[in-house]
Design a protein around this ligand. Structure first.
Ligand SMILES: [Zn+2]
Length: 241
């Protein structure tokens, strides 16, 4: 039975390749490229991306509820292009090469987390976009790394009003109230070592709100895995007053 399911999985993957030949065009510049580029990014763009394996928020870590931040690159011009093709243009197939990259990034770490979980999206927003990018990335990162992805652990019952990024503290408070640990997973979370997947981390406030809730629910450790993270993040000036 397991073999059969595996076989069906491989078949569906192959079918997805046929329907969405995602490696023909670069996710970043849109130029055609050899389909051997499994990450969906052409050599020219790949060279221009500031790939990072260190945590750019390291010096601010005591301000966050998450324990570690694993990022693939700095959120500059090229990664922005990739994210806009993926999210705004509504190309869910782009999740596969990017998710694979996330999985490979995770495998560079000497860690054994229990599961990957994703930053949730409000139902209405997800309906509009057609998919939750973090969930798709987590799914493919899980396939690559062999660490299981558990969907639906976090919920986002409340919508977040858009706020200026500089309104740090207000944003954090508001954000924390907009997420919830699913009642179904309240027990499951206890004592777990979790990897929270997000597409992009800028101020860190979303990841922080999610990690705080998970820790309050009893998670032992919460680290964040993202495609791109900001490099020039400055502490909230209000916090220094
Ligand atoms: Zn390119």
């Amino acid at each position: 039975m397991a073999k059969l399911i595996q076989g069906i999985g491989a078949f569906l993957e192959g079918l997805l390749d046929a329907v969405y030949p995602q490696n023909i065009y670069c996710l970043c510049c849109g130029d055609s490229m050899e389909n051997s580029r499994i990450h969906g990014i052409c050599d020219v763009c790949a060279e221009k991306i500031d790939w990072r394996t260190e945590n750019t928020l390291k010096r601010h870590m005591e301000e966050f509820a998450f324990d570690e931040l694993f990022m693939c690159c700095v959120y500059g011009f090229y990664p922005r292009q990739i994210m806009s093709r993926f999210k705004l243009a509504g190309n869910p197939y782009a999740a596969r090469p990017i998710g694979r990259l996330l999985g490979e990034r995770l495998m560079m770490e000497d860690i054994k987390p229990d599961a990957l979980i994703a930053v949730p999206m409000h139902k209405e927003k997800q309906k509009k976009r057609g998919f939750n990018q973090s969930e798709l990335l987590a799914e493919y990162a899980a396939k690559t790394s062999g660490i299981s992805f558990v969907p639906g652990v976090l919920l986002k019952p409340e919508k977040t009003a858009s706020m200026r990024l500089s309104d740090g503290r207000a944003r954090r408070n508001q954000l924390e109230g907009s997420f919830a640990v699913s009642p179904k997973y309240q027990e499951w979370v206890k004592g777990r070592d979790l990897i929270l997947v997000d597409d992009v981390v800028t101020t860190g406030s979303t990841a922080d709100a999610c990690a705080r809730l998970l820790k309050e629910a009893g998670a032992a450790r919460v680290s964040v895995l993202c495609f791109a993270g900001t490099s020039g993040w400055e502490p909230d000036p209000e916090r220094d007053r």
